[in-house]
Design a protein around this ligand. Structure first.
Ligand code: FES
Length: 116
């Protein structure tokens, strides 16, 4: 079991062009998030669309557009850059996903709660 405030997975589970969802225990709240590997690196975001606040994935872990280049919100179709979380199209254009601190420790992806 990872310590509270931390989520870990083997980097190999999230190859380029893939995502993985997780729940992070952050003290008195649970944060639903996801990791995306865009081929250039790993990023983690809170799984909450800045438009209405719903999770991006209607079907679990269905987070990427068909071409695999953008994250997509299944509620109203907003598109996000995997590398920055910036919304490039849709009702929240210019807004951003909330990033979570992510580090690579050897072959392990480690995501921590904000501020820990
Ligand atoms: S809730 Fe995501 S685009 Fe509307």
């Amino acid at each position: 079991m990872p310590p509270p405030g931390e989520w870990r997975c083997a980097a190999a589970i999230v190859p380029a062009g893939r995502t993985a969802t997780f729940r992070l225990d952050c003290g008195n709240r649970t944060v639903n998030g996801f990791v995306v590997n865009d081929g250039a690196g790993y990023r983690a975001y809170v799984n909450r669309c800045p438009h209405v606040g719903t999770p991006l994935d209607l079907w679990p872990n269905e987070l990427l557009a068909e071409d695999g280049r953008a994250l997509v919100c299944s509620t109203h179709g907003a598109l996000f850059e995997p590398a920055t979380g910036r919304c490039t199209a849709g009702p929240c254009a210019g807004d951003r996903l909330t990033p979570l601190p992510l580090t690579l420790e050897g072959d392990t992806v480690v995501v921590r709660c904000v501020g820990e």
